[in-house]
Ligand binder design. Structure first.
Ligand code: FES
Length: 172
């Protein structure tokens, strides 16, 4: 059973600052969930209830928002969480080939975490970088203009524990 949840002191401070920046409590829902996810690693039902109570929203509303946005994890993600864009520009630029390669070569499957806990994958709606399709995001790093060879370099770099941000050949 999931544990009860409450913001830590640091999260509470961030939450209160966030509330001040938004006109209504409802408008602060996405950042509030983000703060909770940063604290816990993923969003659980008790977290949804906690956020609903803090923002005077129904738990069902919070649940539906969590389900809609792929950036919110409903279970612990892999050490490297990959979001692969599945929207039009990326489809036209053969994101299916990238997805197929991730699965056949590395066993990284959509909606799943690899057995070693290293990678997880979700198919995301437009990541906002359509001009550089196909695109995926590995944790917080955008990897654009993907090719099979570039994906191989990215995955191998992750396996070696390298930081993608520091390598312009992998990020961007
Ligand atoms: S369609 Fe893939 S980033 Fe916009």
């Amino acid at each position: 059973m999931d544990e009860e949840f409450a913001f830590s002191e640091a999260s509470e401070k961030e939450f209160m600052e966030t509330l001040e920046r938004y006109p209504t409590k409802m408008a602060a829902l996405l950042p509030a969930l983000w703060i909770a996810q940063n604290q816990n690693g993923y969003i659980t039902p008790p977290i949804m209830e906690y956020i609903a109570e803090r923002l005077d929203l129904s738990p069902v509303h919070v649940y539906s928002v969590c389900e809609f946005y792929t950036m919110y994890h409903k279970s612990p993600p892999g050490r490297y969480h990959i979001q692969l864009c599945r929207t039009l520009s990326c489809v036209l630029c053969k994101m299916e080939d990238i997805q197929g390669h991730l699965e056949s070569r590395y066993g990284i499957r959509a909606g799943k975490k690899t057995e070693d806990g290293m990678f997880s994958l979700t198919l995301a709606e437009c990541l906002g970088s359509c001009g550089t399709a196909p695109v995926m995001r590995v944790n917080d790093v955008y990897c654009e203009n993907l090719t099979i060879a570039k994906v191989d370099r990215i995955i191998e770099a992750c396996k070696r524990g390298e930081t993608l941000e520091e390598d312009p050949m992998l990020a961007h």
